[in-house]
Write a protein of this length. Structure first.
Length: 497
């Protein structure tokens, strides 16, 4: 990796690489909250009526008031990751993930067409979507008189990318992109017009959550629970580049974990609040902070039907450090055709290296974009409504349906559209639980989830995937997994179960 690679156009790719680093530290990253919950992942995200104890954090705090038979429950090191493309075939998807050293053909031997085909494969809505969620630690306590209290720390990340034809060609073809080849330099359009239809967003945060839930109304046939959760967030990174052809919104603030270093003239600008990793005690130095709120209610009817409704991620974040904006000036060539700095795209399928020329300045290849220093930016959290219904058919079988709706799909870290899931849990043996269902929406396509977990009265472990279909076939490739091996339960409260 080259050093002094400044701010990139599509920093989500660096974030995707960082998932592996983050997951092994332990920790990592803003996604659909249940992604690291392997039992919920195996049900296709159906969780609002299933989540209890610390699993209710970020989902529905009211469920903390439900008696589960354990006084204390805690977990260590749960992780979930999802990566998909709605436009690319599995062949291209695999090359960018696993065959990054494969070189393109020479320009005069078919290299231009090879890059053009790659750009076409990643043109359109849902060119790439990434979600990751790691919970290093979570714990909950329950008593009948007090209710349930839980806390955790977790890292969450969501990144989604829609690329226009011009954006994809600039990324993979450099100066061979049609817009540069067919337009005189003095007549190149503004960035907002050139990248019309492009939307690249990422948000990564660390959360510290505290949630409480208890019984509000209790009767023989109906019980109502309510809950509230508060959270403090450290911003690890945000990127938001959106243009409809008339207006460009483009800014970013990235922690040093993204390796987004900056030239001296940027760091010395009095308006630039530079944050480096030098002397930082945190594994991921923060470049922003904020607070959030979760609220929810849930109900149990005739001990069989369960209903749940919650609103989560109410609040804002302020990004103060390493903040840059892209100017809406005329698009530029990469380098100069006359001085040997001509750039015709990457030499291989390493996407991160393909982003190198989209820097601020200082490399041998001049960027086609122009940047300015930002002060600070306040943005909304990706607030969402969560609704769910579940039905207990027997001690062995439970079914449910969930729907998640973003309040504002344009906010960085929000899903493009609503997500739905229908799933079930089946226990063929008292210690074995099988999960499956269907899910879709949110930019991740249709999925057929599968989960497997092993449990005793005091221990649980398992894994799940949001789509086994996405692991095979050429269309809509989708890699998804969630796992955890250190869930524990201690004690039995004196409750009425």
């Amino acid at each position: 990796m080259q050093k002094n690679l400044p701010f990139r156009l599509s920093a989500w790719a660096r974030a995707a690489s960082s998932v592996l680093v983050l997951a092994g530290l332990p920790g990592a990253v803003l996604a659909q909250n249940e992604l690291s919950n392997f039992t919920a992942t195996g049900r296709g995200g159906v969780v609002n009526t299933f989540a209890t104890e610390y699993q209710a954090i970020g989902i529905n705090p009211a469920n903390l008031g439900i008696a589960t038979g354990a006084k204390v429950a805690f977990t260590l090191g749960e992780v979930g990751v999802g990566l998909t493309s709605r436009t690319a075939s599995r062949t291209y998807f695999n090359k960018l993930l696993y065959d990054t050293d494969q070189r393109f053909l020479a320009r005069d031997a078919g290299g231009i067409q090879e890059r053009r085909d790659l750009a076409a494969a990643f043109t359109g809505e849902g060119a790439a979507s990434l979600a990751a969620d790691v919970t290093p630690f979570a714990i909950s306590f329950y008593s009948p008189s007090f209710g349930g209290l839980a806390l955790n720390t977790r890292y969450r990340m969501v990144g989604q990318m829609d690329l226009s034809k011009n954006a994809a060609q600039l990324l993979f073809m450099g100066n061979d992109a049609d817009i540069i080849q067919n337009t005189p330099v003095t007549q190149l359009p503004l960035v907002s017009e050139a990248l019309k239809g492009t939307r690249i967003q990422l948000q990564a945060v660390q959360e510290f959550n505290l949630a409480y839930g208890r019984t509000i109304v209790e009767g023989p046939e109906f019980t109502l629970y309510g809950g509230i959760g508060i959270k403090y967030l450290r911003g690890i990174g945000i990127l938001d580049l959106t243009t409809d052809g008339g207006k460009l919104s483009a800014y970013g603030a990235l922690s040093p974990v993204f390796d987004a270093s900056y030239p001296t003239y940027i760091r010395q600008n009095p308006a630039f609040n530079f944050k480096s990793s030098d002397g930082a005690s945190a594994a991921f130095p923060g470049v922003g902070s904020g607070t959030g709120l979760d609220v929810g209610v849930s109900a149990q009817v005739a001990k069989k039907l369960r209903l749940a409704l919650s609103v989560v991620d109410i609040g804002t974040m302020t990004w103060k450090a390493n903040l840059l904006e892209i100017r809406d000036q005329r698009l530029q060539q990469f380098g100069d055709f006359t001085d040997g700095s001509f750039y015709d795209g990457p030499t291989n399928y390493n996407l991160w290296k393909a982003l190198k020329p989209f820097n601020i300045s200082g490399d041998s290849v001049r960027s086609p974009l122009r940047y300015k220093v930002g002060g600070e930016r306040k943005v909304k959290l990706p607030m969402k409504l969560r609704a769910g219904a579940g039905y207990v058919i027997s001690d062995r079988l439970e079914v449910g349906f969930d729907y998640l709706l973003p309040f504002d799909s344009k906010v960085a870290g929000a899903f493009r559209s609503g997500l739905f899931g229908a799933g079930l849990d089946y226990k063929p043996l008292w210690w074995l639980k099988l999960s499956t269902g269907v899910n879709g929406g949110g930019g991740f396509g249709f999925g057929l989830p599968v989960g497997l977990s092993f449990s005793t009265k005091s221990y649980e472990a398992g894994f799940g995937t949001r789509s086994v279909l996405g692991l095979f076939g050429e269309k809509n490739p989708y890699i998804s997994f969630a796992t955890g091996f250190l869930r524990f339960k201690i004690g039995t409260p004196n409750n009425r179960q």
